[in-house]
Write a protein that binds this ligand. Sequence first.
Ligand SMILES: NC(=O)c1ccc[n+]([C@@H]2O[C@H](COP(=O)([O-])OP(=O)(O)OC[C@H]3O[C@@H](n4cnc5c(N)ncnc54)[C@H](O)[C@@H]3O)[C@@H](O)[C@H]2O)c1
Length: 345
Amino acid sequence: MNSLNSNNGIYFAEEAEQWLRRRLENNPDRFMLCDTNTQLHCLPHFEKIFGKTDPGHLIVMPAGEAHKQLETAEEIWRQLQLSGARRDSLLMNLGGGVVCDIGGFVAATWKRGIPFIHIPTTLMAQTDAAIGGKCALNFGGIKNQIGLIRQPEAVCILPDFLKSLPQQEIHAGYAEMLKHGIIADAGLFRTLLKGDSRVPPNTALIRRSVGIKMDFVQQDTEDRNVRKALNFGHSIGHLLEALSDGRLSHGEAVAQGMRAETRIAYDQGIINRDDFLEIESALHLIYGDFPKLSCSREEIGKLLAADKKCDSRSLNFSLPECIGKVRTDCPVSTEEVWNALQTIG
Ligand SMILES: NC(=O)c1ccc[n+]([C@@H]2O[C@H](COP(=O)([O-])OP(=O)(O)OC[C@H]3O[C@@H](n4cnc5c(N)ncnc54)[C@H](O)[C@@H]3O)[C@@H](O)[C@H]2O)c1
Protein backbone atom coordinates (compact mmCIF):
# COMPACT_ATOMS: atom_id res chain seq x y z
CA MET A 1 0.00 0.00 0.00
CA ASN A 2 1.13 3.55 -0.67
CA SER A 3 2.30 5.73 2.16
CA LEU A 4 0.56 9.02 2.83
CA ASN A 5 1.95 12.35 1.67
CA SER A 6 0.57 15.87 1.68
CA ASN A 7 -0.84 15.50 -1.87
CA ASN A 8 -3.83 13.72 -0.38
CA GLY A 9 -5.03 17.08 0.89
CA ILE A 10 -4.21 16.06 4.46
CA TYR A 11 -1.82 18.34 6.30
CA PHE A 12 -0.31 17.93 9.75
CA ALA A 13 0.94 20.44 12.34
CA GLU A 14 3.14 23.26 10.91
CA GLU A 15 2.41 22.18 7.35
CA ALA A 16 -1.31 22.44 8.12
CA GLU A 17 -0.85 25.92 9.56
CA GLN A 18 1.10 27.09 6.51
CA TRP A 19 -1.43 25.62 4.09
CA LEU A 20 -4.39 27.16 5.91
CA ARG A 21 -2.74 30.56 6.18
CA ARG A 22 -2.17 30.65 2.41
CA ARG A 23 -5.70 29.38 1.68
CA LEU A 24 -7.37 31.95 3.91
CA GLU A 25 -5.41 34.82 2.36
CA ASN A 26 -7.00 33.85 -0.96
CA ASN A 27 -10.57 33.51 0.30
CA PRO A 28 -11.78 36.20 2.64
CA ASP A 29 -15.40 34.95 2.47
CA ARG A 30 -14.98 32.21 5.02
CA PHE A 31 -17.54 30.69 7.34
CA MET A 32 -16.67 28.81 10.48
CA LEU A 33 -18.81 26.00 11.92
CA CYS A 34 -18.14 25.03 15.56
CA ASP A 35 -20.10 23.33 18.27
CA THR A 36 -20.55 24.92 21.70
CA ASN A 37 -17.47 23.10 23.07
CA THR A 38 -15.11 23.78 20.18
CA GLN A 39 -16.22 27.42 20.20
CA LEU A 40 -14.98 27.57 23.79
CA HIS A 41 -11.87 25.36 23.60
CA CYS A 42 -10.64 25.49 20.00
CA LEU A 43 -11.80 28.70 18.34
CA PRO A 44 -9.58 31.00 20.50
CA HIS A 45 -6.47 28.97 19.53
CA PHE A 46 -7.53 28.99 15.87
CA GLU A 47 -8.12 32.75 15.90
CA LYS A 48 -4.75 33.37 17.57
CA ILE A 49 -3.07 31.81 14.54
CA PHE A 50 -5.41 32.74 11.71
CA GLY A 51 -7.15 35.91 12.84
CA LYS A 52 -10.65 36.76 14.04
CA THR A 53 -13.75 35.27 12.47
CA ASP A 54 -16.35 37.79 11.35
CA PRO A 55 -19.16 37.32 13.95
CA GLY A 56 -21.72 37.16 11.11
CA HIS A 57 -19.77 34.25 9.62
CA LEU A 58 -19.53 32.18 12.79
CA ILE A 59 -22.10 29.37 13.05
CA VAL A 60 -22.33 27.51 16.36
CA MET A 61 -24.33 24.29 16.70
CA PRO A 62 -25.16 22.48 19.94
CA ALA A 63 -22.59 19.80 20.83
CA GLY A 64 -23.27 16.08 20.66
CA GLU A 65 -24.45 13.17 18.55
CA ALA A 66 -28.11 13.99 19.32
CA HIS A 67 -27.71 17.07 17.08
CA LYS A 68 -26.38 15.22 14.01
CA GLN A 69 -29.84 15.75 12.58
CA LEU A 70 -31.63 17.33 9.66
CA GLU A 71 -32.94 20.15 11.90
CA THR A 72 -29.36 21.22 12.68
CA ALA A 73 -28.40 21.09 8.99
CA GLU A 74 -31.44 23.23 8.20
CA GLU A 75 -30.42 25.82 10.78
CA ILE A 76 -26.89 25.99 9.32
CA TRP A 77 -28.28 26.41 5.77
CA ARG A 78 -30.52 29.19 7.12
CA GLN A 79 -27.56 31.00 8.65
CA LEU A 80 -25.54 30.65 5.44
CA GLN A 81 -28.44 32.18 3.55
CA LEU A 82 -28.90 35.05 5.99
CA SER A 83 -25.20 35.87 5.79
CA GLY A 84 -25.21 35.79 1.99
CA ALA A 85 -22.95 32.74 1.47
CA ARG A 86 -22.03 32.40 -2.22
CA ARG A 87 -20.89 29.52 -4.46
CA ASP A 88 -17.26 30.40 -3.73
CA SER A 89 -17.67 30.87 0.04
CA LEU A 90 -15.61 28.51 2.15
CA LEU A 91 -16.93 26.51 5.12
CA MET A 92 -14.43 25.45 7.79
CA ASN A 93 -15.58 22.69 10.12
CA LEU A 94 -13.80 23.07 13.45
CA GLY A 95 -14.81 20.18 15.66
CA GLY A 96 -15.15 16.46 16.18
CA GLY A 97 -16.83 13.87 13.98
CA VAL A 98 -20.27 15.41 14.47
CA VAL A 99 -19.23 18.87 13.22
CA CYS A 100 -17.22 17.36 10.33
CA ASP A 101 -20.07 15.03 9.30
CA ILE A 102 -22.78 17.69 9.41
CA GLY A 103 -20.56 20.51 8.10
CA GLY A 104 -19.46 18.38 5.15
CA PHE A 105 -23.07 17.48 4.37
CA VAL A 106 -24.25 21.10 4.57
CA ALA A 107 -21.38 22.37 2.40
CA ALA A 108 -21.78 19.60 -0.19
CA THR A 109 -25.47 20.41 -0.63
CA TRP A 110 -25.51 24.23 -0.25
CA LYS A 111 -25.94 25.74 -3.75
CA ARG A 112 -24.98 22.28 -5.09
CA GLY A 113 -21.71 22.37 -3.22
CA ILE A 114 -19.28 24.91 -1.82
CA PRO A 115 -15.66 24.19 -0.82
CA PHE A 116 -15.10 23.00 2.72
CA ILE A 117 -12.15 22.22 4.95
CA HIS A 118 -12.14 19.95 7.97
CA ILE A 119 -10.13 21.05 11.00
CA PRO A 120 -10.73 18.03 13.25
CA THR A 121 -10.39 18.58 16.99
CA THR A 122 -10.99 15.10 18.46
CA LEU A 123 -8.81 12.02 18.10
CA MET A 124 -11.80 10.29 16.48
CA ALA A 125 -12.09 13.00 13.83
CA GLN A 126 -8.33 13.40 13.26
CA THR A 127 -7.82 9.68 12.62
CA ASP A 128 -11.14 8.76 11.06
CA ALA A 129 -14.22 10.98 10.73
CA ALA A 130 -12.54 13.84 8.84
CA ILE A 131 -10.78 11.44 6.45
CA GLY A 132 -12.39 9.92 3.38
CA GLY A 133 -15.23 12.28 2.51
CA LYS A 134 -18.21 10.52 4.08
CA CYS A 135 -20.72 13.08 5.39
CA ALA A 136 -23.95 11.99 7.02
CA LEU A 137 -26.84 12.71 9.37
CA ASN A 138 -28.78 10.35 11.61
CA PHE A 139 -32.43 9.86 10.72
CA GLY A 140 -35.33 7.92 12.22
CA GLY A 141 -33.15 6.65 15.07
CA ILE A 142 -30.64 5.06 12.64
CA LYS A 143 -27.04 6.26 12.29
CA ASN A 144 -25.87 7.99 9.13
CA GLN A 145 -29.01 7.28 7.09
CA ILE A 146 -28.84 10.45 4.99
CA GLY A 147 -25.55 11.44 3.47
CA LEU A 148 -23.11 11.49 0.63
CA ILE A 149 -19.45 11.12 -0.16
CA ARG A 150 -17.74 14.42 -0.98
CA GLN A 151 -14.04 15.07 -0.40
CA PRO A 152 -13.10 18.18 1.59
CA GLU A 153 -10.66 20.53 -0.10
CA ALA A 154 -8.25 19.74 2.74
CA VAL A 155 -8.03 18.24 6.19
CA CYS A 156 -5.81 20.23 8.55
CA ILE A 157 -4.72 18.23 11.58
CA LEU A 158 -3.40 20.35 14.44
CA PRO A 159 -2.45 18.03 17.32
CA ASP A 160 -2.59 20.95 19.79
CA PHE A 161 -6.39 20.76 19.77
CA LEU A 162 -6.21 17.41 21.57
CA LYS A 163 -4.85 19.18 24.69
CA SER A 164 -8.32 20.31 25.78
CA LEU A 165 -10.08 17.08 24.81
CA PRO A 166 -11.55 15.17 27.79
CA GLN A 167 -9.87 11.81 28.53
CA GLN A 168 -12.96 9.80 27.66
CA GLU A 169 -12.93 11.29 24.16
CA ILE A 170 -9.29 10.26 23.65
CA HIS A 171 -10.32 6.80 24.85
CA ALA A 172 -13.12 6.75 22.25
CA GLY A 173 -10.84 7.83 19.38
CA TYR A 174 -8.26 5.23 20.37
CA ALA A 175 -10.77 2.53 19.35
CA GLU A 176 -10.67 3.58 15.68
CA MET A 177 -6.86 3.60 15.75
CA LEU A 178 -6.86 0.09 17.21
CA LYS A 179 -9.26 -0.87 14.42
CA HIS A 180 -6.82 0.46 11.81
CA GLY A 181 -4.14 -1.72 13.42
CA ILE A 182 -6.33 -4.85 13.45
CA ILE A 183 -7.36 -4.49 9.81
CA ALA A 184 -4.01 -3.45 8.31
CA ASP A 185 -1.03 -3.14 10.65
CA ALA A 186 -0.30 -5.52 13.52
CA GLY A 187 2.65 -3.30 14.53
CA LEU A 188 0.37 -0.29 15.03
CA PHE A 189 -2.08 -2.41 17.06
CA ARG A 190 0.63 -3.71 19.39
CA THR A 191 2.30 -0.30 19.75
CA LEU A 192 -1.06 1.22 20.75
CA LEU A 193 -1.58 -1.55 23.31
CA LYS A 194 1.65 -0.45 25.04
CA GLY A 195 0.31 3.11 25.30
CA ASP A 196 -2.42 4.63 27.44
CA SER A 197 -5.82 4.96 25.74
CA ARG A 198 -6.54 8.13 27.75
CA VAL A 199 -3.45 10.06 26.63
CA PRO A 200 -3.19 11.55 23.12
CA PRO A 201 -0.93 9.35 20.98
CA ASN A 202 2.06 10.98 19.29
CA THR A 203 1.72 12.55 15.84
CA ALA A 204 3.59 9.66 14.17
CA LEU A 205 0.91 7.20 15.32
CA ILE A 206 -1.88 9.56 14.22
CA ARG A 207 -0.19 9.87 10.81
CA ARG A 208 0.08 6.09 10.50
CA SER A 209 -3.57 5.67 11.39
CA VAL A 210 -4.62 8.31 8.84
CA GLY A 211 -2.35 6.66 6.26
CA ILE A 212 -4.13 3.33 6.68
CA LYS A 213 -7.55 4.90 6.26
CA MET A 214 -6.41 6.89 3.18
CA ASP A 215 -4.92 3.79 1.56
CA PHE A 216 -8.35 2.11 1.64
CA VAL A 217 -10.16 5.30 0.58
CA GLN A 218 -7.86 5.95 -2.39
CA GLN A 219 -8.38 2.44 -3.73
CA ASP A 220 -12.16 2.66 -3.40
CA THR A 221 -13.49 6.18 -2.86
CA GLU A 222 -17.12 5.15 -3.39
CA ASP A 223 -17.07 2.35 -0.80
CA ARG A 224 -17.88 -0.49 -3.21
CA ASN A 225 -15.15 -3.00 -2.36
CA VAL A 226 -11.90 -2.72 -0.36
CA ARG A 227 -13.00 0.36 1.62
CA LYS A 228 -15.55 -1.86 3.34
CA ALA A 229 -12.63 -3.20 5.41
CA LEU A 230 -13.00 -0.03 7.48
CA ASN A 231 -16.47 -1.20 8.55
CA PHE A 232 -14.97 -3.78 10.90
CA GLY A 233 -16.69 -3.36 14.29
CA HIS A 234 -19.25 -0.93 12.89
CA SER A 235 -22.15 -3.23 11.97
CA ILE A 236 -22.58 -4.27 15.59
CA GLY A 237 -21.09 -0.99 16.83
CA HIS A 238 -23.84 1.09 15.21
CA LEU A 239 -26.43 -1.28 16.62
CA LEU A 240 -25.02 -0.85 20.13
CA GLU A 241 -24.78 2.92 19.72
CA ALA A 242 -28.45 3.09 18.71
CA LEU A 243 -29.56 0.79 21.55
CA SER A 244 -27.50 2.54 24.21
CA ASP A 245 -29.44 5.80 23.80
CA GLY A 246 -26.38 8.02 24.19
CA ARG A 247 -24.72 6.03 27.00
CA LEU A 248 -22.05 4.60 24.68
CA SER A 249 -19.95 6.96 22.56
CA HIS A 250 -19.32 6.02 18.93
CA GLY A 251 -15.79 4.86 19.78
CA GLU A 252 -16.83 2.73 22.76
CA ALA A 253 -19.62 1.15 20.70
CA VAL A 254 -17.16 0.35 17.88
CA ALA A 255 -14.73 -1.20 20.40
CA GLN A 256 -17.47 -3.49 21.73
CA GLY A 257 -18.63 -4.10 18.15
CA MET A 258 -15.09 -5.26 17.28
CA ARG A 259 -15.20 -7.71 20.19
CA ALA A 260 -18.50 -9.19 19.01
CA GLU A 261 -17.46 -9.30 15.35
CA THR A 262 -14.11 -10.94 16.20
CA ARG A 263 -16.11 -13.56 18.10
CA ILE A 264 -18.17 -14.20 14.95
CA ALA A 265 -14.95 -14.44 12.89
CA TYR A 266 -13.68 -17.05 15.36
CA ASP A 267 -16.98 -19.00 15.35
CA GLN A 268 -16.89 -19.02 11.54
CA GLY A 269 -13.29 -20.30 11.52
CA ILE A 270 -12.00 -17.11 9.84
CA ILE A 271 -9.51 -16.12 12.58
CA ASN A 272 -7.25 -18.43 14.60
CA ARG A 273 -7.61 -18.84 18.36
CA ASP A 274 -4.43 -16.95 19.33
CA ASP A 275 -5.31 -13.83 17.35
CA PHE A 276 -8.94 -14.00 18.50
CA LEU A 277 -7.84 -14.16 22.14
CA GLU A 278 -5.30 -11.35 21.71
CA ILE A 279 -7.90 -8.98 20.22
CA GLU A 280 -10.61 -10.04 22.67
CA SER A 281 -8.50 -9.70 25.82
CA ALA A 282 -6.97 -6.36 24.72
CA LEU A 283 -10.33 -4.75 23.88
CA HIS A 284 -11.97 -6.16 27.02
CA LEU A 285 -9.16 -4.80 29.17
CA ILE A 286 -9.34 -1.32 27.62
CA TYR A 287 -13.10 -0.94 27.05
CA GLY A 288 -14.52 -3.09 29.87
CA ASP A 289 -17.50 -5.40 29.96
CA PHE A 290 -19.98 -5.68 27.17
CA PRO A 291 -23.02 -3.42 27.81
CA LYS A 292 -26.20 -5.10 29.04
CA LEU A 293 -28.80 -4.97 26.26
CA SER A 294 -32.50 -5.03 26.89
CA CYS A 295 -33.83 -5.81 23.45
CA SER A 296 -35.25 -8.76 21.60
CA ARG A 297 -33.73 -10.84 18.82
CA GLU A 298 -36.33 -9.32 16.44
CA GLU A 299 -35.33 -5.78 17.35
CA ILE A 300 -31.69 -6.61 16.65
CA GLY A 301 -32.66 -8.15 13.30
CA LYS A 302 -34.54 -4.97 12.34
CA LEU A 303 -31.69 -2.63 13.31
CA LEU A 304 -29.13 -4.75 11.47
CA ALA A 305 -31.32 -4.83 8.36
CA ALA A 306 -31.63 -1.01 8.43
CA ASP A 307 -27.85 -0.60 8.43
CA LYS A 308 -26.36 0.67 5.16
CA LYS A 309 -23.86 -2.17 5.12
CA CYS A 310 -26.66 -4.69 4.57
CA ASP A 311 -27.81 -5.39 0.99
CA SER A 312 -31.21 -6.74 -0.01
CA ARG A 313 -30.18 -10.37 0.53
CA SER A 314 -27.87 -10.67 3.49
CA LEU A 315 -25.86 -9.05 6.25
CA ASN A 316 -22.29 -8.60 5.11
CA PHE A 317 -19.60 -7.94 7.68
CA SER A 318 -15.89 -7.20 7.47
CA LEU A 319 -14.20 -9.70 9.76
CA PRO A 320 -10.54 -10.09 10.79
CA GLU A 321 -8.57 -13.02 9.33
CA CYS A 322 -5.65 -12.28 11.65
CA ILE A 323 -4.23 -9.19 13.37
CA GLY A 324 -3.32 -6.94 10.43
CA LYS A 325 -5.71 -8.37 7.81
CA VAL A 326 -9.45 -8.24 7.26
CA ARG A 327 -11.88 -10.05 4.93
CA THR A 328 -14.82 -8.10 3.46
CA ASP A 329 -18.31 -9.31 2.46
CA CYS A 330 -18.57 -12.14 4.99
CA PRO A 331 -22.21 -13.28 5.19
CA VAL A 332 -23.46 -13.25 8.78
CA SER A 333 -26.91 -14.20 10.09
CA THR A 334 -28.91 -12.39 12.77
CA GLU A 335 -28.66 -15.64 14.74
CA GLU A 336 -24.85 -15.46 14.73
CA VAL A 337 -24.96 -11.83 15.88
CA TRP A 338 -27.38 -12.75 18.67
CA ASN A 339 -25.17 -15.66 19.78
CA ALA A 340 -22.03 -13.47 19.77
CA LEU A 341 -23.83 -10.85 21.88
CA GLN A 342 -24.79 -13.54 24.42
CA THR A 343 -21.28 -15.04 24.57
CA ILE A 344 -19.30 -11.88 25.26
CA GLY A 345 -19.09 -10.76 28.85
N1 LIG B 1 -17.52 10.34 8.30
C1 LIG B 1 -16.83 9.31 8.75
O1 LIG B 1 -16.14 8.62 8.01
C2 LIG B 1 -16.88 9.00 10.22
C3 LIG B 1 -15.95 8.10 10.78
C4 LIG B 1 -15.99 7.90 12.17
C5 LIG B 1 -16.92 8.55 12.95
N2 LIG B 1 -17.82 9.38 12.36
C6 LIG B 1 -18.82 10.08 13.17
O2 LIG B 1 -18.14 10.93 14.09
C7 LIG B 1 -18.98 11.11 15.26
C8 LIG B 1 -18.14 10.90 16.48
O3 LIG B 1 -17.08 11.82 16.47
P1 LIG B 1 -16.43 12.37 17.82
O4 LIG B 1 -16.11 11.24 18.69
O5 LIG B 1 -15.38 13.33 17.42
O6 LIG B 1 -17.69 13.10 18.52
P2 LIG B 1 -18.10 14.64 18.74
O7 LIG B 1 -17.92 15.42 17.52
O8 LIG B 1 -19.44 14.60 19.36
O9 LIG B 1 -17.02 15.15 19.81
C9 LIG B 1 -17.01 14.60 21.10
C10 LIG B 1 -17.15 15.70 22.18
O10 LIG B 1 -15.92 16.42 22.29
C11 LIG B 1 -16.15 17.83 22.19
N3 LIG B 1 -14.93 18.39 21.62
C12 LIG B 1 -14.50 18.30 20.35
N4 LIG B 1 -13.26 18.77 20.24
C13 LIG B 1 -12.89 19.20 21.48
C14 LIG B 1 -11.69 19.74 22.01
N5 LIG B 1 -10.59 19.88 21.26
N6 LIG B 1 -11.66 20.08 23.32
C15 LIG B 1 -12.75 19.87 24.11
N7 LIG B 1 -13.90 19.30 23.67
C16 LIG B 1 -13.97 18.97 22.37
C17 LIG B 1 -17.40 17.91 21.33
O11 LIG B 1 -18.06 19.13 21.51
C18 LIG B 1 -18.21 16.73 21.85
O12 LIG B 1 -18.86 17.09 23.05
C19 LIG B 1 -20.12 10.13 15.11
O13 LIG B 1 -21.26 10.80 14.70
C20 LIG B 1 -19.65 9.17 14.04
O14 LIG B 1 -20.72 8.59 13.34
C21 LIG B 1 -17.82 9.64 11.02
